[in-house]
Design a protein around this ligand. Structure first.
Ligand code: AP5
Length: 195
C-alpha cells in the first residue's frame, strides 16, 4: 500500500481514443505526476516476447480485457519502482471494470479523483482510424475498434457509475486545449484541498 495519503491519485478513464494518453502527457508536464498507462504496461509485456505477453496480445487484438490480476501486478510493480519520488499518479485506462477499482483501492490506495473523458463513439472511431496507419498497434483497425467500444460500454461505464462522487466528466469531443483546461481545473481543486 502507498504510505502517504496526501499524494493525489487520479484515475483517467474514457473510451478508446477519447484522448486519455494525449491529456496525461500534458498533465505530466504541468504537475510532474507519474503517468502509468495500463495499456502501455501491457504492450511492454507483449514486446518482451514472454509467454504471458503472447497471451496478452491475443486478448488485446480481440479488444477484450486482460485478466485483472495480470494488470494489477504490472501496475503495482510500476508504482513501486518510483514510489519515493512521486508527487502524484495519473492512472490511465485503469480501472476498466468495477472489480479492478476494488482491487486498486484495497491493495494500493484510495483514488482522489476520476477524470472521465466523455466522447462520442464516432469521434473516437475517427481518431483511432486516423492514427491506425502510424500507431503500429495491432488493435487500431476497424474491426477491433468496434470491439474495444463494446467492451468499454459493457465493462467500463459501470466504473464511472460507481464512483460518481469522485467523477468529473470532461467533454472530450472538443480540441485538446479546451479539454486540458477542464482537466487542470479539477486537478487544481484536488491539490488545493490537500494543502
Ligand atoms: P489502452 O492502451 O488503454 O487503449 P484505449 O483505452 O483503447 O485508448 P487509446 O490509448 O487507444 O486512446 P486514448 O484514449 O489514450 O487516446 P489518445 O490520446 O491516444 O488499452 C488497449 C487494450 O489493452 C485494451 O483494449 C485491453 O485489451 C487492454 N487493457 C488496457 N488496460 C486494461 C485494463 N485496465 N484491464 C484489462 N485490459 C486492459 O488519442 C487517440 C488519437 O486521437 C491520437 O491520434 C491523438 O493524437 C488523437 N487525439 C487526442 N485528442 C484529440 C482531440 N482533442 N482532438 C483531435 N484528436 C485528438
Amino acid at each position: 500500500k502507498l504510505r502517504s495519503s496526501k499524494i493525489p491519485i487520479v484515475w483517467v478513464l474514457g473510451g478508446p481514443g477519447s484522448g486519455k494518453g494525449t491529456q496525461c502527457a500534458r498533465l505530466v508536464e504541468k504537475y510532474g505526476f507519474q503517468h502509468l498507462s495500463s495499456g502501455d504496461l501491457l504492450r511492454d509485456e507483449v514486446q518482451s516476447g514472454s509467454a504471458k505477453g503472447k497471451e496478452i496480445n491475443e486478448m488485446m487484438v480481440k479488444g477484450q480485457l486482460v485478466p485483472r490480476q495480470v494488470v494489477l501486478d504490472l501496475l503495482k510493480q510500476a508504482i513501486l519502482k518510483n514510489v519515493d519520488n512521486a508527487k502524484g499518479y495519473l492512472i490511465d485506462g485503469y480501472p476498466r471494470e468495477v472489480e479492478q477499482g476494488e482491487d486498486f483501492e484495497k491493495d494500493i490506495a484510495p483514488c482522489s479523483l476520476v477524470l472521465y473523458f466523455d466522447c462520442k463513439d464516432e469521434t473516437m472511431t475517427q481518431r483511432l482510424l486516423g492514427r491506425a496507419a502510424t500507431s503500429g498497434r495491432t488493435d487500431d483497425n476497424a474491426e477491433t475498434i468496434k470491439k474495444r467500444l463494446v467492451t468499454f460500454h459493457n465493462c467500463s461505464e459501470p466504473v464511472i457509475a460507481k464512483y460518481t462522487q469522485k467523477v468529473v466528466s470532461i467533454c472530450a469531443d472538443t480540441d485538446t486545449d479546451t479539454i486540458f483546461a477542464q482537466c487542470t481545473s479539477s486537478v487544481d481543486k484536488v491539490l488545493a484541498e490537500r494543502n
